[in-house]
Design a protein around this ligand. Structure first.
Ligand SMILES: *[C@@H]1O[C@H](CO)[C@@H](O)[C@H](O)[C@H]1NC(C)=O
Ligand SMILES: *[C@@H]1O[C@H](CO)[C@@H](O)[C@H](O)[C@H]1NC(C)=O
Ligand SMILES: *[C@@H]1O[C@H](CO)[C@@H](O)[C@H](O)[C@H]1NC(C)=O
Ligand SMILES: *[C@@H]1O[C@H](CO)[C@@H](O)[C@H](O)[C@H]1NC(C)=O
Ligand SMILES: *[C@@H]1O[C@H](CO)[C@@H](O)[C@H](O)[C@H]1NC(C)=O
Length: 418
């Protein structure tokens, strides 16, 4: 009994230990199971990551030659065949990227800024909506963090060739970097012969333009938008193929760059060819008192050019209600600028034209009419400039026939100093 009695505690001890042993074993199983699961999870994660990093390596390998500091794909034999195939597909774009990168590298090390400032090619495939949207962008910080040499954008709105190109060629000579040229000609003119070196490759994607039609303004906005893509362009002049410069480049450049005003002709004409072209349907956006007339040959600064390409209120009114004998090109800019930006406007054009002979078109000058005296008379007129009266009024003149070109280029050095 005693022994039995003694066995009791022993038994209960061993039972106790037995139970504890089971419990520990159970715990061990749980731990092992947990460990196993953890390892499994980690392993699967590792595999995924491995896969991902593999893909990542492939990706970075294939995009390898795009990085300017790294060698070209031809000098990288360790790239696998698969990657080579991928690289071959990209080669075409890469050749362009590489040459661009090389140009940028020689220019400056400001990666990210230089390529942003690079104006896109004059020939692009943006449609009007895309082009205007892109051109409407502007920096919120007004100061440029680099040396910006302001340029004058000469925008030629033509039917066919710029037939006075030899004269303009002499005018631009030696002033590279201070001007940009843009040409909008009717798509029916295929321009197979290049007019002259300065006009080569400067034709923007153009659309049909009819005299007096609202699509004339669309063309003007297209020219402005293309010119705005070059961040260096500061002043914007609209010209035609029959326009000539009356002064040399340095005089015109200084006049425009230092000008504090825009030059959009605008006046109130109460007659039938003025207010008579207004439509009551333009209310409430445009009232008869706001209606203005003026020559389409404008000159403006970058700020106003940005406003013109971004106008989504007044231009649609003209598209809708200024058709046919309304002649939108004589009213849209004068009216729009007079409503919103009259403060900075001189209300006059810098392009001289002769209306004295009457009729729907101004006088056209022929070879026999070109004399030193005639050109001198156009150069010497009194006008206001930045608030002062000076002896320069018009910088450009029209309309000159193609036959005048040889005589003009001959007397240009004498009269115009170029
Ligand atoms: C891989 O490329 C090398 C060298 O370009 C070539 O000799 C080899 O045949 C290629 N292998 C395959 C499988 O295409
Ligand atoms: C240019 O247009 C004319 C007629 O408009 C046509 O005869 C000529 O073949 C065209 N030239 C080219 C290079 O397309
Ligand atoms: C440009 O013309 C002006 C006179 O209008 C003259 O004083 C100046 O020297 C000319 N500039 C050049 C670079 O020929
Ligand atoms: C603008 O005028 C100032 C002096 O009035 C002159 O120093 C400066 O060179 C002119 N700018 C240009 C581009 O000629
Ligand atoms: C231009 O015309 C507007 C009216 O449309 C007038 O308020 C402004 O004073 C004129 N500016 C100049 C310089 O004559």
């Amino acid at each position: 009994m005693k022994g039995q009695n003694n066995q009791y505690p022993l038994n209960s001890v061993s039972k106790f230990f037995n139970a504890q042993f089971h419990f520990v074993r159970f715990l061990a199983y749980i731990l092992i199971l947990g460990f196993g699961i953890t390892i499994g999870v980690i392993f699967s994660f590792y595999l995924k990551e491995c896969n991902f990093s593999l893909q990542f390596t492939q990706l970075s390998l294939s995009s390898f030659p795009r990085t300017p500091t790294l060698p070209t794909p031809t000098t990288k034999p360790e790239i696998s065949n698969q990657t080579q195939i991928q690289t071959q597909v990209q080669t075409q774009t890469e050749i362009q990227t590489q040459t661009q990168t090389e140009i940028q590298q020689t220019e400056s090390s400001h990666v990210g800024l230089k390529d942003f400032l690079q104006p896109p090619h004059v020939v692009h495939d943006m449609d009007d909506e895309e082009l205007l949207w892109r051109a409407s962008m502007t920096a919120k910080i007004p100061d440029y963090p680099f040396d910006r040499v302001p340029k004058v954008a000469f925008m030629f709105l033509t039917r066919g060739p710029v037939f006075l190109a030899p004269l303009w060629e002499k005018f631009f000579q030696g002033n590279e970097g201070l001007y940009s040229i843009y040409v909008h000609s009717n798509p029916s003119y295929n321009g197979s012969r290049p007019e002259s070196p300065v006009f080569e490759g400067r034709r923007i994607p153009s659309k049909e333009v009819e005299w007096g039609n609202v699509n004339m303004i669309e063309a003007e906005r297209r020219l402005l938008a293309n010119a705005l893509l070059d961040i260096q362009n500061q002043r914007f002049v609209l010209l035609s193929e029959s326009c000539i410069p009356l002064f040399n480049f340095s005089t015109i450049y200084t006049y425009l760059i230092n000008s504090t005003q825009n030059n959009v002709m605008a006046f109130d004409d109460p007659s039938s060819v003025g207010r008579g072209r207004y439509s009551i349907q333009m209310l409430p956006d445009i009232s008869i008192n706001q209606w203005r007339k003026g020559s389409q040959w404008f000159e403006m600064d970058r700020e106003l050019a940005l406003e013109v390409v971004s106008d989504r209120k007044y231009f649609p009114v003209f598209q809708e209600y200024c058709k046919g004998s309304c002649y939108a090109d004589e009213h849209y800019l004068p009216t729009y600028v007079s409503i919103k930006f009259w403060e900075g406007n001189s209300n006059r054009s810098l392009t001289w034209v002769d209306w004295s002979k009457g009729g729907p078109h101004p006088a056209k000058f022929l070879r026999s009419e070109i004399t030193v005296q005639f050109l001198e008379s156009l150069r010497n007129q009194k006008c206001k400039y930045n608030g002062d009266s000076i002896n320069v009024c018009f910088l450009f003149a029209r309309k000159f026939a193609p036959s005048t070109v040889s005589k003009l280029t001959k007397i240009a050095p004498m009269v115009m100093h170029f």
